[in-house]
Design a protein around this ligand. Structure first.
Ligand SMILES: NC(=O)c1ccc[n+]([C@@H]2O[C@H](COP(=O)([O-])OP(=O)(O)OC[C@H]3O[C@@H](n4cnc5c(N)ncnc54)[C@H](O)[C@@H]3O)[C@@H](O)[C@H]2O)c1
Length: 329
């Protein structure tokens, strides 16, 4: 039974908590921490007897914690991951891994020297349609992959005054691309299955004009094997009609889908849809993490994949600023 300490008890931590509660035979939350004591106490009530902390370093020192689940603002990820790894605690951390490649290097060093299991919480990889797409690509159903497009958009309605750490580019690390856009970014790398070598991007503010970062972005990626990639993300418009979470165009046809629905369209045929079983992708990612720790397996996405996604996003930001393509060396 994995003993978990939750660090950060805000919005997404509530969803993680619900996920941990489904894993009764594999994991138990023994400690929680938040700088706001009331938030930590409210979270502890969901887990019988969990210890509450306001300083996450105290939680990390707790001998009754084997692994930490980090749901903190972006600028605190590095500090929490490094401290936990150095203390020999396994780590699952919400996206993004951290804010810079220097921070990512610190994390890699701490994880390597401690030998703990480190997983990036890339929950959309656990969507049934995404898993099915990966299996079909591996089985050669599409032949050579020419292009992968991914998308995550919604219209933000909350006033910026309520955004807290997200309102500042310093604590957020950017705008929509490094937050919501992080999902289609890791999805793109996961489905393309090749190394990104060049990135070009444009971004802008169309709806949240006082945001420091962009509220919308389009990223174009060239992969080492020649595959083309495209990421679309926005907080300015609703999910675009006709767009999919992923669309993979290959030599023999295409696959597209979202959530638990996937379509397969061999060239010259009409698309055939498959409805896959319902699944909570957060519960599935936490279970995968608990299994990896128990069995000493490598998680589907470690800090290595987290660093690759971050590198692509930082390259996209550089491209927006310099208005030209950026090589990812
Ligand atoms: N996977 C997803 O779909 C998804 C969705 C939303 C957020 N997230 C990610 O989850 C993370 C948290 O986002 P959120 O929306 O829950 O933010 P949030 O602001 O709702 O929650 C953050 C919590 O951390 C606490 N906190 C701040 N500093 C702390 C410290 N030093 N020690 C302990 N607690 C501290 C805050 O009090 C707050 O309760 C981010 O990395 C974000 O990108 C992921």
């Amino acid at each position: 039974m994995l003993k978990v300490g939750m660090i950060g008890c805000g919005g997404i931590a509530q969803v993680h908590a619900a996920g941990w509660l489904t894993l009764g035979n594999k994991a138990v939350v023994t400690a929680v921490s938040d700088v706001i004591e009331e938030s930590a106490r409210a979270m502890a009530e969901r887990f019988d007897g969990a210890t509450t902390y306001t300083n996450f370093h105290d939680l990390i020192r707790d001998p009754d914690v084997d692994a930490v689940d980090i749901c903190l603002p972006h600028h605190l990820h590095r500090e929490a991951i490094v401290a936990a790894a150095r203390a020999g605690k396994h780590v699952i951390c919400e996206k993004p891994l951290c804010l810079s490649l220097d921070e990512a290097e610190d994390i890699a060093g701490a994880v390597r020297s401690s030998g703990v299991t480190m997983m990036c919480a890339h929950n959309q990889l656990f969507d049934p349609a995404v898993e099915k797409a990966r299996q079909m690509i591996a089985a050669g159903e599409l032949g050579e992959i020419f292009m992968v497009r991914t998308c995550d958009c919604f219209r933000h309605t909350k006033p910026l005054s309520e955004w807290g750490w997200r309102a500042s580019a310093k604590t957020m690390g950017g705008g929509c691309l490094i937050d919501t856009g992080y999902h289609p970014s890791y999805l793109l790398l996961n489905l393309a299955g090749s190394k990104p070598v060049e990135v070009s991007a444009v971004g802008g503010r169309y709806h949240i004009h006082t945001l420091e970062g962009e509220d919308s972005a389009v990223v174009i990626v060239r992969f080492a094997n020649g595959t083309m990639g495209e990421v679309l993300t926005s907080w300015a418009w609703e999910w675009p009609e006709g767009a999919w979470q992923f669309q993979i165009l290959g030599e023999k046809g295409q696959l597209f889908g979202r959530g638990r629905t996937i379509f397969y369209k061999p060239i010259g045929w009409k698309p055939a849809s498959m409805e896959l079983g319902q699944r909570n992708n957060f519960a599935a990612e936490l279970e995968h993490f608990a299994d990896c720790v128990a069995e000493g397996k490598r998680p589907v996405n470690t800090h290595e994949e987290g660093t690759a996604v971050l590198k692509m996003i930082l390259g996209a930001y550089e491209s927006m600023e310099r208005q030209r393509a950026v090589a990812l060396v």
